[in-house]
Design a protein around this ligand. Sequence first.
Ligand SMILES: [Ca+2]
Length: 147
Amino acid sequence: MMMLILAALAQPNRTLPASAHTYVAYVDRVVDGDTVVLDIELGWGLWLLDQPVRLRNCWAPEMKEDKGPAAKASLEAILDNDHEADGFQPGAAVTLRSGTAKSLGEREKYGRILGDVLLDGVSVGGEQIRRGHATRTPEVSAVGPTT
Ligand SMILES: [Ca+2]
């Protein structure tokens, strides 16, 4: 990855794609109602493992807040890889979508990737909002590309 990052820095005027990047990823665990840890498959046998991903445009209460644990449980229920077995099972395959050219490489204030996570084509963050465990946050505090 470092080589890729250095190559990107050496070409500051390169044209960024207009469309989002889309990756296959697998759910490792749920951190809270709006953050998951994913193993992201980049292609060519390359992986980004254990990446905290903040669901874009979705805000759920912190774990220390009253409604935090319920929001986490809801996201675990959505992303559970085995609904027959008790508790949360990791490994569900999801689609991770980056931003468009304007927001490519977008990360939020704690350095987490900001992305859209889709399960069977449905936005996981949107589902959290529909279930009443999160609110939409177009103003989520992004700090822009880390490069
Ligand atoms: Ca289960």
